[in-house]
Design a protein around this ligand. Structure first.
Ligand code: ADP
Ligand code: MG
Length: 223
């Protein structure tokens, strides 16, 4: 079942795949920004659930890994984790264990089937996610993994969840996702204002589920 989920979500890299090309463009933009300022930890968030944050992280990690960049995905959506489903890995241990200081970083990093892509899944859902994510253990984790990876992609809940702004303060850059014709403008603007208050640069906005993506969904995704 997990495998089926994964193959449904990851893009095809055959010649002419427009969506693969779009992800390569995002990768290039990130590389470009990285040359000008420190950008190793990148969080992806959005206004509301289901806008494609987690899917985008997995696909972006894929195109980065293919370009020989060492990538670590960290699932910081402790309330509704999904990276372990998308990438077909175990979620018995993960970020929660690092924050609770019950396991060392090395003990929770897993390999994925994607080239050069590792993951720290969320782990068991705690009942105090905001509190856990506020711990210095998160800052220490980022410091440690920055030494071993080129990029760390952090999956996050929507901006309205306090966890997101807490994590945002610890990272180098934020990417916002919006869903074409669906994300309410006012809510999006409010989310942007909230993010700006963290003083972490918003390095880009991805417009997801555009007409083109939807219309050709089966063309772009493995069935
Ligand atoms: N570009 C896209 N085209 C079609 N479906 C998509 C696209 N991006 C995401 N999805 C689908 O939308 C749903 C929500 O995506 P997900 O990445 O879990 O969102 P979020 O992390 O923002 O909650 C999933 O079923 C996913 O497969
Ligand atoms: Mg998600």
């Amino acid at each position: 079942m997990v495998q089926k989920e994964r193959s449904k979500l990851l893009i095809k890299h055959q010649k002419g795949s427009k969506i693969a090309e779009q992800f390569r463009m995002i990768r290039t933009n990130i590389e470009f920004i990285s040359k000008k300022r420190a950008l190793k930890t990148i969080m992806i968030t959005s206004t509301k659930p289901q806008e494609g944050k987690s899917t985008i992280i997995a696909n972006l990690a894929d195109v980065m890994g293919r370009q020989n960049m060492n990538v670590l995905i960290i699932d910081a959506d402790l309330r509704l984790p999904s990276q372990h489903y998308i990438l077909g890995v175990d979620n018995a241990v993960g970020l929660t264990d690092i924050l609770e200081e019950t396991l060392a970083v090395n003990a929770v990093i897993q390999k994925t089937t994607l080239h050069n892509v590792d993951i720290i899944s969320a782990g068991q859902s705690p009942n105090n996610p905001s509190e856990l994510l506020s711990k210095p253990a998160l800052t220490e984790l980022f410091e440690t993994v920055k030494e071993h990876y080129d990029y760390i992609l952090v999956d996050a809940p929507p901006v309205i969840v306090a966890d997101t702004t807490i994590v945002a303060q610890e990272i180098d850059g934020i990417i916002m996702v919006a869903e074409e014709n669906k994300t309410p403008k006012q809510k999006f603007q409010k989310a942007m204002t909230t993010l700006k208050s963290t003083h972490t640069p918003i390095i880009g906005i991805i417009l997801n589920k555009t007409k083109q993506d939807k219309g050709s969904k089966y063309y772009y995704y493995n069935k």
